[in-house]
Write a protein that binds this ligand. Sequence first.
Ligand code: C2E
Ligand code: MG
Ligand code: MG
Ligand code: MG
Length: 288
Amino acid sequence: SAKATGGSRHCFYSPAMKEDAQLKLMLRRDLQKAIEQDQLFLMFQPKVQCVGGALKVVGVEALVRWQHPQKGLVSPAEFIPAAEENGQIADIDRWVMAQVLNQLGQWYRRHEEATLPVSVNVSASLFSLDGFVEGMAELLSRTAVPAWLIELEVTEHVAMENYRHTLETMKKLKEMGVGLAIDDFGTGHSNLAYLRDFPVDVLKIDIAFVKDVHADSKKQALVRAMISMARSLSLKVIAEGVETEAERAFLESVECTRYQGYLFYRPMLTKDIDKLFAAGEEYTGRVN
Ligand code: C2E
Ligand code: MG
Ligand code: MG
Ligand code: MG
């Protein structure tokens, strides 16, 4: 067990890493190898919508995983923040984007209209890179993937880092037909005026507001406010990290009918998403 080996559970590089220069160096070297030697892979977590008591999958989110040769599976919660700090995140995100588009190309040729949109998390370093939009356009055309099958998830933090550049980039992406979502919504301490300017389609309510929302009147007030604001701006809302039926029922009672969370699906392997697309409309669950 982790205790027997003296380590904390599945935590190889942090939090000690924040101070430890040697650990930082080790991670940087290991991540470089990970990118070069195909140790990264993707999982996909479905998003569902509840319509008339029936659940329908409406899209999937690509989530990167690292199969470390010695350490096993390393969580992105551990290596993404480190990679953001040391600048390797752009390489990782570029790899993810290329991988997703190749995969989408295959799915689209195989399943055509039954293929659902894939969202990709994009870091500030990639999003703010000159030529990011051109790169996206190039990838889309090379893989013959229609732009509406891609949605980019950016956090408020990413969006606010360079307001003008974000605005321009988002407008171009929107023109191309690429979907845009604000991830971890509500955690960014931002001036919400940005929502008026940025052409985003979706707000993803952060798990922090969803966890036990049915039993917490303050969270309920915040979730209600987010939903009514989204509605008045004609944005879609999806709740992240829905784990229990009680949470889902509260969300439905305030007319949030799109969910992502372990209650419905965990992140899944590519081959299982392939089955999901192959089953098309038949691949639905039922609540109540
Ligand atoms: P995120 O984009 O907000 O993704 C949601 C995270 O919540 C995922 O963790 C997902 O597995 C987890 N999750 C989903 N449903 C539930 C639930 O019901 N309960 C709980 N407790 N968690 C749930 P994951 O895959 O570990 O990713 C963590 C974060 O790492 C992501 O948060 C995202 O910020 C970042 N990340 C993942 N893949 C990429 C990537 O390719 N590029 C970049 N830049 N960041 C990524
Ligand atoms: Mg996300
Ligand atoms: Mg999130
Ligand atoms: Mg998050």
